[in-house]
Design a protein. Structure first.
Length: 115
């Protein structure tokens, strides 16, 4: 059984910063792709960023240059540093990991950016 637990969401003013964390536990040997997605009210879930085991990253244009994704393979964890936050970044943020060919999702953490 694999479980992903996220933390770090909250309320912040525009221009502020937050750091999200997501750690996987359970039967894990290696994790290929780790990523963050978000879903705003009334919208579909969308990609924020992904990072593969070799370190290559993929980004949504809407956050490029403001957010940074990183991973700690020893801790089975992925992080999202979010700077220069905007009200349009308000959403529930989910982590996702590809473990042995299966995709697992976290429970989501709310990020609210006030103007």
């Amino acid at each position: 059984q694999v479980r992903l637990v996220e933390s770090g969401g909250g309320l912040v003013q525009a221009g502020g910063s937050l750091r999200l964390s997501c750690a996987a536990s359970g039967s894990i040997d290696s994790i290929n792709v780790m990523g963050w997605y978000r879903q705003a009210p009334g919208k579909q879930r969308e990609l924020v960023a992904t990072i593969i085991s070799g370190g290559d990253t993929n980004w949504s244009d809407s956050v490029k240059g403001r957010f940074t994704i990183s991973r700690d393979n020893a801790k089975n964890a992925v992080y999202l540093q979010m700077n220069s936050l905007k009200p349009e970044d308000t959403a529930v943020y989910y982590c996702r990991m590809n473990i042995r060919g299966y995709y697992y999702w976290g429970q989501g953490t709310q990020v609210t950016v006030s103007s």
